[in-house]
Design a protein around this ligand. Structure first.
Ligand code: WQD
Length: 344
């Protein structure tokens, strides 16, 4: 009997890639998504990739009664992967209450419903944002959590605390917190990928939209940082590799392999790349010349962060495998597919 996994935000960028990998590993997936930042046809494309159509519930995780009904409808949901959240750093500064309500109450609803429906565990989508600018690099899981630079980052920190406090209070649930670095790229089939609404905030979608001519020029936000070439450094991780980390985490929970009731892992490659290095890597791996300009720094950006992934490699048993060149090629192939399909 296939074990059932609930994936909130399962039609989103990381969520959809994780649904594919869960299905490839034999899990039965139920997606809950309010489609506020994704499209329903992602479910069709997941089915095209795996040959299995995941169940889909068009629902907001703020709807407690609606969530309760989903757990009752599917019966024995064994675990949850919780992606559903608002995630635009800049928007969170303009609309903090929207971010606190959406990102905190949706998690609280799930944590309250888990014991009621015998859901064993939750894998939570956290972020390296919780570290702020680390004092020591590469950053490990025991690095101090710094004051968040944005309401978005603060919701990730508070979410982690909510999970830890819930477990400390005696809740039977198990939890794995995955702190992502910078997810990029797309599925090799180019059937699913990153599809930001409006003008992309993140680097790679803006870069590929520039490469295909949707955007006139890519602005590099600063080259006067204390880094080798002056531009910011990040740990860019292939989205399929990231998705696979979630399957390993679900296996760990369901097979009772956890060393503690709550575990935390950095999910990164362990390699830092600057913005300018990434641009050059894109040009070399795709043969496409990029039109870019150096402009002033973006408020809220930290200078440099990349993961020490040893704990994920050695304890979780997961390692990033895809090269940055293949990852950038997958992002470009996805952008070209969007153009072919008349979507962007
Ligand atoms: C990367 C680098 C920019 C755009 C944020 C969140 C993180 C996660 C990913 C949700 C920075 C530079 C960017 C552009 C640029 N969010 N840049 N020109 O800010 O590291 O992380 O998004 O899951 O939690 O914090 O990602 O892609 O926005 O920026 O020069 O047009 O690219 O300054 O150095 P970031 P990003």
């Amino acid at each position: 009997m296939k074990e059932k996994i609930l994936v909130t935000g399962g039609t989103g960028f990381i969520g959809s890639h994780t649904v594919v990998e869960l299905q490839n590993s034999g899990y039965d997936v139920i997606i809950v998504d309010n489609l506020s930042n994704s499209r329903a046809d992602v479910v069709d494309n997941i089915e095209k990739i795996t040959g299995i159509r995941p169940a889909f519930e068009h629902l907001d995780c703020l709807d407690y009664a609606g969530l309760d009904a989903v757990f009752a409808k599917y019966g024995d949901i064994k675990a949850i992967i919780h992606f559903a959240a608002s995630k635009a750093v800049g928007e969170s500064v303009e609309k903090p209450l929207l971010y606190y309500r959406n990102n905190l109450v949706s998690l609280i609803n799930l944590l309250e419903l888990m014991p009621k429906h015998q859901v064993k565990g939750i894998v939570f989508s956290s972020s390296c944002t919780v570290y702020g600018q680390p004092d020591i690099l590469p950053v490990t899981e025991d690095a101090p959590i710094k004051k968040a630079e944005s309401p978005y980052g603060n919701t990730k920190q508070i979410n982690e605390e909510i999970i830890c406090d819930t477990v400390k209070s005696g809740s039977p649930i198990q939890a794995i917190l995955l702190r992502y670095f910078n997810p990029i790229g797309a599925h090799p089939t180019a059937l699913i990928g990153e599809m930001p609404n409006g003008v992309p905030m993140n680097l790679i979608p803006f870069l590929t939209q520039t490469a295909i001519g949707i955007r006139e020029k890519l602005s590099v936000f600063g080259d006067d940082y204390n880094t080798p070439d002056g531009s910011c450094i990040r740990d860019y991780i292939n989205v399929v590799d990231l998705a696979k980390a979630h399957v390993v985490a679900i296996d760990r929970i369901l097979q009772d392999k956890q060393a503690e009731q709550v575990e935390v892992f950095n999910i990164g490659t362990g390699r830092g790349l600057s913005v300018l290095e990434l641009i050059h890597a894109f040009e070399e791996s795709t043969g496409v010349k990029l039109n870019y300009q150096i402009v002033g720094r973006r408020a809220g950006d930290i200078e440099q962060v990349w993961a020490n992934p040893d704990k994920a490699n050695n304890v979780l048993g997961w390692k990033a495998e895809t090269s940055i060149e293949d990852t950038l090629r997958s992002a470009w192939k996805w952008q070209q597919k969007l153009r072919e399909d008349g979507i962007q």
